[in-house]
Design a protein around this ligand. Structure first.
Ligand code: PRP
Length: 189
């Protein structure tokens, strides 16, 4: 079935348009350009959700940066964080003495970011900050500092622009809210 047919069945409403997302990237990129002036940060993308945001964000940053990725997962295929963070694949770059900027699509409980920040600090990074597109505070269980974020969101299940529903729909250009009945249907299976 084409992607668009399926999307209309699962999306309740659009939360952020392509323009909204672009504007958030421009604003964050400007701020990061100022804050990282004269530095050579290592930008660490958290796979897989952050890929679209990272590629748009770094192109709005006028900074000499390096990019690397870590695959860290806390959700599995479910709707709620499993509470356990797993390191699935690691960085190639040595972070010792580096200014590291973690890029994430969303922070929810905060467990994933806390895990990444603690690990990178333990490995000797000079500084570890994060830039998150969406900041969902309702389920936060961890005291983790969010240095930069695009927008706050409510306690809704969001998909698109890297955010998935059962690992699909990451390639949606906008961010939408999943219909509540879809969550109920999947939870009842
Ligand atoms: C999602 C998201 C963040 C994390 C946030 O990743 O991309 O990494 O959950 O949740 P938390 O604040 O409760 O830890 P997920 O584990 O679903 O992997 P994915 O990026 O591959 O979709």
């Amino acid at each position: 079935m084409p992607k668009t047919d399926n999307i209309n069945r699962i999306i309740d409403h659009k939360l952020f348009s392509e323009d909204d997302i672009h504007n958030m990237c421009v604003t964050l990129g400007k701020k990061l350009t100022e804050d990282y002036a004269g530095k050579k940060p290592l930008v660490v993308g958290a796979l897989k959700g952050a890929i679209f945001f990272l590629t748009d964000l770094v192109r709005e940053m006028d900074v000499e940066e390096e990019i690397d990725f870590m695959d860290v997962s806390s959700y599995g295929d479910g709707f709620e964080s499993s509470g356990k963070v797993k390191l699935i694949s690691d960085l190639v770059t040595n972070v010792k003495g580096r200014d590291v900027l973690i890029v994430e699509d969303i922070v929810d409980t905060g467990l994933t970011l806390k895990y990444m920040k603690d690990l990178l600090k333990k490995r000797g990074a000079k500084s570890v900050k994060c830039c998150v597109l969406l900041n969902k505070e309702a389920n936060r269980t961890t005291d983790v500092k969010i240095e930069y974020y695009g927008s706050k969101v409510g306690n809704e299940f969001v998909v698109g622009y890297g955010l998935d529903f059962m690992n699909f729909f990451r390639n949606l250009r906008y961010i939408g809210v999943l219909k509540p009945e879809i969550i109920k249907q999947v939870n009842n299976k």
